[in-house]
Design a protein around this ligand. Sequence first.
Ligand code: F42
Length: 319
Amino acid sequence: MFGIEFVPNEPALKIGYMAKLAEDVGFDTIWITDHYNNRDVYSTLAVLSLATNKVKLGTGVTNPYTRNVAITASCIASINEVSGGRAILGIGPGDKATFDAMGIEWEKPLTAVKESVSALRDLLARKKITGHGMNGAQLAFKPGEIPIYIGAQGPKMLELAGRVADGVLVNASHPSDFEYAVPLVQKGAADAKRRTEDLEICAYTCFSMDKDRKKAVNEAKMVVAFIVAGSPDTVIERHGIDPKDGKAISSAIGKGDFGGALGAVSDKMIEAFSVCGTPGDCKARIGELMDTGVTRIVVGSPIGPNKEKAIKLIGKELL
Ligand code: F42
């Protein structure tokens, strides 16, 4: 029921050590984020394939813009091979801010994800594909069974995930976001005449746990500041936060004033955008999330003030 996310902003060997620890304390899935400015997701997953024995290993999430889908198929199939069949492909529309920096246009993201999942299903079944801009691409080796999850927040993307994916990774931490998201995923599944029970609905949370609540909250603040800055007003308002307070944070981040951004993070923002606090606090929030129809929890950044200690504590108290 519990997965964990690692951001490859540290050397892959260090993440390999954390991943083994996470496996040992009882996590069953490890997700690695994909942004061009961090270590490469597939190199990291290759290291994790060798460092661990039984956890599932996923891209959390890649996108159809920075990598051609035929390359994505080849990369994840290679990870599936080296890990002994433990790969999962997480794919989403990608992070607009990093695309701007790379000079990549974010054209028709919904269509791009939809077509990519269809092409990936064919490529992973070793079919020769035409369409999707391809002209007969086909893998030359057997990929094995690889589930495909979609990273989604918007209403159409959530429905698409329900229609075509094996699971959905929703980047949110509050029950009200899932009261909104779960019915949309279920509607997509119903439209495609699929059983909702066959679909994993994952809360891909901002998580911070420590025996000392204050320390846990302090650690979550910067991640929450970035979430608030990147969230549309509709999401901010859903949590009873004034969009002006959100704008103040994005403007501080835009100016490089990270102290100012941290100072503007309110308790209400922490409550809305993270699973945070003592083991008891986190347990209570996880219960609320599961009540909305969430089937799995992903423990995401920052995990805790001291990652290694937090992983052990989560293992002892929650898993
Ligand atoms: N992004 C990354 O780049 N790297 C990561 O490691 C990563 C991890 C991650 C994990 C979980 C998760 O939920 C998201 C994650 N993301 C990551 C972010 C992800 O890639 C997306 O940026 C994020 O999920 C936001 O996407 P969204 O679901 O809100 O979709 C956007 C594109 C959106 O606007 N969706 C609309 C909707 O209603 O869902 C649909 C827009 C639409 O219909 N577009 C039309 C189309 O065809 O695409 C075109 C409309 C027109 O007028 O052109």
